[in-house]
Design a binder for this molecule. Structure first.
Ligand code: NAD
Ligand code: UPG
Length: 320
């Protein structure tokens, strides 16, 4: 297939673009490099360095079999301080993409949605039928896009799939996580091991969990990429399918820091800090639907293995 990958110079998009090229697809990456890196675009893919708003119409006019839409603003904290950046950068931009797909008859869409669409869950693991009550602007914008996709798919025959990722982690060879402003737990802990940061702050030790720290479902980015390939295969015209992607079990912040100590051999000093606003205590996915309907089976579920891949990638960046 000829596929357009928006945000393919970013973390998840670059890994998926690499997997698509490996699988024999023709890949064009559309990325404005606002948080991505040109050298993260895999060999064999063409990079169009531009924003979606200005470039999408001209590009889709070339004729594509599908779009994988990763491009977004995705910092939860920033979304609360600067909501306009998120409503415009995520919702308005995605509407432009949907309109261009409709105009040019692009048949397939796979969209990066998020666990943040659910907010504080009533039950864990979280199924797709759980109420969607996002607690931050980022999650609200992703949910709004999901609603728009449902409408466009139903009315214009697009075969659409939203994948609600839980906490993405790990690396796929030379493709990994390097956000300019890093807020994610594992890369921050690894920066301590590299001597770039003195300690890790643990945001709260008084959560209603076994060891008092927040629990998250960490999904290896390569397993995530597999799900995108399956989503493309199973997408059905006129339908908008939504799938959670996680391993179905959680690791606490303390367990993640311990895994990083084991992998790096560094003591990684940790200090307890206040809770971070907007953090739910526990987020764990039920991904039964993706397993049953897509035949997806995450294979890299061991936390030490996930951290090891992230560590190798992080060290390779430093030439360590
Ligand atoms: N990383 C996670 O844990 C996680 C979890 C859930 C969902 N997601 C979603 O997955 C997607 C990818 O996340 P990521 O962690 O790889 O982020 P990232 O910041 O590394 O990648 C986003 C990419 O999109 C590009 N981009 C942003 N706005 C653009 C625009 N208007 N036009 C063209 N390019 C644009 C950026 O330059 C960047 O390369 C996002 O949609 C994010 O919301 C990520
Ligand atoms: O320095 C830090 C950074 C994070 N945390 C904690 O570590 C956990 C994981 O945090 P982080 O890596 O920032 O991820 P989340 O806030 O859980 O959000 C990620 O996972 C969500 C789905 O679960 C996605 O919606 C988001 O896009 C994605 O950033 C949370 O409990 C944080 O409070 C710390 O204790 N110290």
């Amino acid at each position: 297939m000829k596929l357009l990958v928006t945000g393919g110079a970013g973390y998840v998009g670059s890994v998926c673009a690499a997997r698509l090229v490996e699988s024999g697809h023709e890949v064009v990456v559309l990325d404005d490099l606002s948080t991505g890196h040109a050298d993260a675009v895999p060999e064999g893919a063409r990079l169009v360095e531009a924003g979606i708003d200005e470039a999408i119409g001209g590009l889709l006019a070339e004729g594509f079999d599908g779009v994988l839409h990763f491009a977004a603003k995705s910092l939860v904290g920033e979304s609360m301080q600067d909501p306009a950046k998120y409503w415009h950068g995520n919702v308005v931009t995605s509407l432009r993409l949907l309109d261009a797909m409709r105009e040019h008859g692009t048949p397939r869409l796979v969209f990066s949605s998020t666990a943040a669409t659910y907010g504080e869950p009533d039950q864990v693991p979280i199924p797709e039928t759980a109420p969607t009550r996002p607690t931050n602007t980022y999650g609200a914008t992703k949910l709004a896009i999901d609603h728009a996709i449902t409408g466009y798919a139903g009315s214009h025959g697009i075969a659409a799939v939203s994948l609600r990722y839980f906490n993405v982690a790990g690396a796929h060879g030379r493709f990994g996580e390097r956000h300019g402003v890093e807020t994610h737990l594992i890369p921050l802990v690894l920066q301590v091991a590299l001597g770039q940061r003195e300690q890790i702050q643990v945001y709260g030790e008084d959560w209603p969990t076994e060891d008092g720290t927040c629990v998250r479902d960490y999904i290896h980015v390569s397993d995530l990429a597999d799900a995108h390939l399956l989503a493309l295969e199973h997408a059905t015209p006129g339908e908008h399918r939504i799938y959670n992607l996680g391993n179905g079990f959680g690791f606490s912040v303390k367990q993640v820091v311990d895994a990083c100590r084991e992998v790096t051999g560094h003591p990684i000093p940790a200090v307890v800090a206040p809770r971070r606003a907007g953090d739910p205590a526990v987020l764990v996915a039920s991904s039964e639907k993706a397993r049953t309907e897509l035949g997806w089976k995450p294979e890299r579920t061991d936390m030490v293995g996930i951290v090891r891949d992230a560590w190798e990638f992080t060290r390779s960046l430093r030439g360590a």
